[in-house]
Design a protein around this ligand. Sequence first.
Ligand code: MLT
Ligand code: MN
Ligand code: ZN
Length: 298
Amino acid sequence: MEVILLGTAAGGGFPQWNCACALCARCHRGELPARSQESVAVSGNGSDWWLLNASPDIRTQLLATPALAPGPGPRDTPVRGVLLTDAEVDHALGLTVLRGGTGLTVHAAPPVRDALTADLPLRGLLDRYAPWQWRDSTVPGGFALAGGLSVTAHPVSAKPPKYAVGPDPDAPWVVAYRIEDAATGGALLYAPCLAAWPDGFDDLLSSASCALLDGTFFGADELGTAVRREDAGQPLMGHLPVAGPGGSLAALARHSGLRRIYTHLNNTNPLVDPASSEQAMLRKSGAEVLPDGSELLV
Ligand code: MLT
Ligand code: MN
Ligand code: ZN
């Protein structure tokens, strides 16, 4: 399966438009590579492509990616649809950019589909531009995607988006996807939003060949130290930190046979600096951070 990291930053991107923290300032000066908001493209056959989340930057990301160029007919596109891991603005708003695209299918968990019907009512809006298929991504047994991929969804957190009105605090708001290429047996585990290390997650990692994981925050006190002192001690907005005894990197050490890549990096995360000691430490542990546009074979 081909996997393209279209964007690798958390909501707001890097640099973030209203942030003058030390890292964003260095990015504005051209000293650090910019990152667009997190989104991925996958294909089992090189001609049918599926987007994993659709960020508000999707137009620029599509235009920068030759594999996703339109054609051969005047309105043909290799993009077949979108799999949403959650209903966050940075993962769903790109659907509005794709409006009018014919025959697209959106796979999402029921709370996500409902939030995009009522609280951020994109579904009705989009259907008035071109009818799309909306499918429950949590169907038992999973589902197949054109191009030879099979997918299962795994609830990983109950973190609702901020805009949700009266959200059910126990609903499976966030899922991870396990995407397998039937022809090669390669399997990608895609989990860009993890509030904690989920039950059963080690089993999922054991059956994958590559994992794309939530790298929003490097350290548990990051928002407090990087942005505003008064934020110190605030919970990290539903994202498990990378470092520290309870962080994801320590847990990933149990899976050394697996390619482990962090994505959805917040602008406060020192991993956005390729020369940082934090990135060196990550590489030493066998994990990676890659730039936008990186292509993988899984
Ligand atoms: C998140 O990942 O926690 C959200 O996307 C935050 C946001 O609204 O940008
Ligand atoms: Mn996000
Ligand atoms: Zn910043």
